[in-house]
Design a protein around this ligand. Sequence first.
Ligand code: ZN
Length: 300
Amino acid sequence: MDKFKLTRFAPTPSGFLHLGNIYSFLITKVLAEKYGAKILLRIDDLDHKRTKKKYIQDIFDSLDFMELDYDLGPSDLKDFKKNFSCFKRSSLYDKHIKRLVEKKSVFVCDCSRNKIEKMNPKGFYTGFCKKRKLPFETPESALRIDTPVNQKIKIQTLGGLQESEIPRILRDFVIKKKDGNPAYQLQSIIDDIHFGVDLIVRGNDLWGSSLAQTYLASQLDKNEFSQITFHHHDLILGKKKQKLSKSMGDTSLQFLRKSGMKKEGVFELIGQMTGHSKKIKNLEDFSKSYLKTIEKPKIK
Ligand SMILES: [Zn+2]
């Protein structure tokens, strides 16, 4: 069933890849195969404060170790730096930001994190700067997109059309940071549109981001984003049922590799941690088991 052209795996090199990242990539592989899509490796290195060379290298090493391949994107660190870094697309992000400014979809905000927390203890942005009309030259200012209130955003998923409001924490989200760099939501969606991605597979912790990005895309000049379909998967949780993070070393591929685990062992571990009853030893086992879980009709 050829339904999609391109999906992607888009890790942020701010830590070593962990089991959760690999789980997400395995699901991407399974769905790419099912729908006849190619896979793009798209490394988000825009956050230059947290990005490290060793973490970019680790992405290649970990995928190599797991013998997981992809169709498009950088082949190694050198190729990435030379041809695929987000910084290569700075003028593309700037062009879109300029258009959003012209269309008055955005506003200037000079609130500090402290001030935002004082205005709302949960850290939700209250829209304080929306009516202030600060000039774009305001020092130490960010650009926020004026998001609609009480309006549901329609989003296409593998399970059908869904709709939901942008979560409170992402209301009026930042599209250009105080340091002048594009923010994650803007960079991510513009890159996906730029490369022609039409299927996005990501963890269900990014459901809010999908809504935010869908809204942002609707504000951009001609885009194909309305044709992007999402699949949000469950997350691998740690021992205390918490989300895995890149700072927790013991679930990193690097740690598991160094402690002598083979790739079959990693498959088995992922199988156990995600509640697949049968022993998973390779991509084929995983694929069979995962497809069963998504092909079950969902009761709502
Ligand atoms: Zn503000």
